[in-house]
Design a protein around this ligand. Sequence first.
Ligand SMILES: [Zn+2]
Ligand SMILES: [Zn+2]
Length: 253
Amino acid sequence: MRIELLPSSLAAGDGQFLTSYLVNDTVAIDAGSLGLLADLGRQRRVRHVFITHEHLDHVATLPVFLENVHDPGPDSPEVLASPEVLACLRADVFNGRIWPDFFALSTPENTFVAATKLEPFRPVARAGLTITPVPVSHGVATLGLVVEDGRSAVAFPSDTGPTEAFWRHLAAVPNLRAVCLEVTFPDALAWLAKEAGHHCTATFAAERSKLSRDVRWIVVHRKPRYAAEIAREIAALGLPNVELVQPGHVYEV
Ligand SMILES: [Zn+2]
Ligand SMILES: [Zn+2]
């Protein structure tokens, strides 16, 4: 399985403002930076876009992406999300004001987007992958995703604070290789992390101990203004198998 966090800017290192992952170049998880991918050919290869929740850093370029890849005809990308997120996208983004309602404009002959509802714990099979949504604990209803290709599995808990069901589910997933877990705030802002349903460094470490499996822990979603501080805190913990995500790097897992 090939995984890449799509960079959201040309700045190297800590300047990651938006969230999108590509899996095997054909499946996207979230559409924060998807529509910014400079290579339009790569955007056009993405046929399935899973949206974990409606926060702007995860959906910001979904309208741009759908516009970029639209071909007149019956084939279109598919957006997969919970019914609540799909309703939110239509009411708040594709509402005829912020952007045209691509869902309503789609006809069998000329489709802009196809919507598929995700349900917790009900796996969907797409592009050779099995993807299972599992609820996590964020400020809004959010589905983490577990992606399996038959040989390996990678977990994307998305935005979350301390949570339980996700780790219980992961305990039984075969061939789990990596978990992309967020640390949004440094420990000085632990109160804000708790308020917003995010992790600070200390709760990341506590969360990690809920899963007693030997996997790579890839730290994602550091707020750019705190990224260096979080990196220092993570390094100071000296935890094994913990690394900071490298935007644009292709992880082979
Ligand atoms: Zn969020
Ligand atoms: Zn986020």
